[in-house]
Design a protein around this ligand. Structure first.
Ligand SMILES: *Cc1c(COP(=O)(O)O)cnc(C)c1O
Length: 352
């Protein structure tokens, strides 16, 4: 791999005030694809803008996919990743769905490793902070015909991010969307494709206008069954049974979701992956059987739900307070990610 170091290093931002995705490091990883060459010219170069023809396919037909994972700095100053192979495997699943050629997962992880070693000083070490990693693939043919591109660019950029919970671990307000839908059977809901997020914006704005933090999506056919939250999978604890919607094609298979299911089973909980309707959820709320609900995703790790609203009815969950299980999961997962808790499943990978 070619490495071109940046001679004009940026001034680092205040690690106490990072927010999310506002700052980018000095270097990026890139590799090109052409039909007759495969993936070629793998390189690490100074972080830079792209110049592209206005007809480039990605701008018109959204042939683009991405991933999201984080690098953490532990007490010994090691760089740690959390199940990174799962992200590159999922990137290839997304690629397959929209006719992007498969990447070499090992080479990509190796490229990321080299990039992280160069950018080590950009990994913040304050509690809850991390370096967010965004692998992205875009279609780069300049042509207006609707077809799969014959050339692509795969790149990885890095952004130091602040603690998701700046004022402490806090419950959120979730609006159950009863009109717009995000995905349907046979569609693209289970892939991290750019197009999925464009179509989610309208509902997010509607929720924000009502002072809610996130949207909970229902199934695209009957608008009856619960799917997931904006960029998180959702869990409910009803009568001591942990329930999460099963993966049936329109829900993103979260790596945090999978980790939480494995941890909960390990803690001794009964975990069921099945369909759950809004009616069942509201029945459980009415009968005071819904003990907890939380979202799972790389950004927030665990996001406890304090309130749900569906049509005109709003309910507090667990009195709007964080539940025991949410707290335990958050502490365990972040402990594994930062290398302070036992890692029975070998999820935390030290970058060497
Ligand atoms: C990324 C994402 C998730 C969470 O996946 P993780 O691998 O846990 O970060 C859930 N839902 C959607 C729609 C997502 O884009």
């Amino acid at each position: 791999m070619k490495i071109e170091l940046n001679k004009n290093l940026k001034k680092k931002p205040d690690f106490n005030d990072l927010g999310f995705g506002r700052y980018f490091t000095d270097h990026m990883y890139m590799v090109n694809y052409a039909e007759n060459k495969g993936w070629f010219d793998e390189r690490i170069v100074p972080y830079q803008s792209f110049t592209m023809d206005p007809a480039t396919l990605v701008f018109h037909y959204s042939q683009t996919i991405f991933e999201g994972l984080k690098a953490y700095k532990d007490k010994e100053n090691n760089i740690r990743l959390f199940r990174p192979s799962a992200n590159f495997a999922r990137l290839n699943d997304s690629a397959n769905r929209c006719c992007i050629p498969k990447i070499d997962e090992k080479a990509a992880l190796n490229g990321l490793t080299e990039l992280l070693k160069i950018e080590k000083d950009w990994i913040p070490n304050l509690p809850g902070t991390s370096l967010y990693i965004r692998p992205t693939i875009i279609a780069t043919d300049a042509v207006l015909g609707v077809r799969a591109s014959s050339t692509y660019l795969f790149y990885i950029i890095l952004s130091p991010v602040g603690a998701y919970y700046k004022n402490g671990f806090a419950p959120g307000k979730i609006l159950i969307e009863d009109f717009y839908t995000r995905a349907s059977s046979g569609g693209t809901g289970e892939y991290k494709m750019g197009a999925n997020y464009a179509i989610s914006l309208k509902a997010s704005e509607k929720a924000k206008a009502q002072n809610f933090d996130q949207v909970l999506w229902l199934d695209g056919k009957e608008k009856k069954y619960i799917e997931e939250v904006g960029a998180m999978n959702i869990f409910f604890i009803i009568d001591n049974e942990v329930i999460t919607p099963k993966l049936h094609g329109s829900i993103l298979p979260g790596i945090t979701r999978d980790s939480v299911i494995k941890l909960l089973k390990d803690f001794g909980y009964k975990v069921t992956e099945r369909q759950i309707s809004v009616d069942e959820l509201y029945e459980a709320i009415k009968n005071k059987k819904l003990n907890e609900s939380f979202g799972t995703g790389t950004a927030a790790v665990i996001s406890p739900v304090g309130w749900f609203k569906y049509k005109d009815t709003e309910f507090a969950i667990n009195g709007g307070k964080i539940g025991e299980v949410s707290k335990k999961l958050y502490n365990t997962l972040t402990g594994i990610q930062y290398g302070t808790a036992a890692d029975k499943f070998n999820w935390s990978v030290i970058v060497k």
